[in-house]
Design a protein around this ligand. Structure first.
Ligand code: SF4
Ligand code: SF4
Length: 136
C-alpha cells in the first residue's frame, strides 16, 4: 500500500462524474479529502490523499484524467525565508488556498503548508523573491 497526496484541478468542462465516489467504489482506493474548493461551472481544486497499491493508484490517476480533471501528485513543497519577510501581504492576496494568511492582530504572515496546493502563485508575487519550491 502506498499513500500519496494529489491536487485535482477541475475545469468547468469536467464531466461531472462522482470521481471520489468512484475511486472508492470501483478502484477500492482509500480517499482522504484534505481541502475542497469546487463549484459547478468554475475552476475548482481538491487536495486529497489516496492510499492503495501503486498500480491501483496509477489506474486511479488515469481515471481522473479521463474525466478532464488534472491530477498532479504533490511531490514538491513550498518554503520561504521567514526571517527576511516584510509582511507586505502580497503573497497572501494571491493564495486562494488559504495557506498564506495575514494575522489580523499582529499583521504578520502565517504559512500553513497543509493547505498549500502548489499553485506557485506566491513565487511570482513576492517582491523580495523569498519563496522557493523544493522537490522531495
Ligand atoms: S503555492 Fe503559494 S500561493 Fe499556491 S497554495 Fe501554496 S502557498 Fe498558496
Ligand atoms: S510577499 Fe514576500 S515579503 Fe510580502 S508577505 Fe509574502 S513572503 Fe513576506
Amino acid at each position: 500500500m502506498k499513500s500519496r497526496r494529489f491536487v485535482l484541478t477541475f475545469s468547468p468542462e469536467a464531466t461531472g462524474e462522482p470521481i471520489t465516489y468512484n475511486l472508492i467504489k470501483k478502484f477500492d482506493i482509500m480517499v482522504n479529502i484534505i481541502r475542497a474548493d469546487v463549484s459547478p461551472g468554475k475552476i475548482g481544486h481538491l487536495v486529497m490523499e489516496m492510499t492503495a497499491p501503486a498500480k491501483v493508484l496509477k489506474e486511479g490517476m488515469e481515471y481522473i484524467r479521463q474525466n478532464n480533471v488534472e491530477c498532479e501528485p504533490i511531490d514538491r513543497k513550498i518554503s520561504y525565508l521567514k526571517e527576511k519577510c516584510i509582511h507586505c501581504g502580497a503573497c497572501s492576496a494571491v493564495c486562494f488556498a488559504g495557506a498564506l494568511t495575514m494575522n489580523p492582530s499582529t499583521a504578520e504572515l502565517s504559512f500553513d503548508p497543509e493547505k498549500c496546493v502548489i499553485c506557485e502563485l506566491c513565487l511570482k508575487s513576492c517582491p523580495l523573491s523569498l519563496f522557493t519550491i523544493d522537490i522531495s
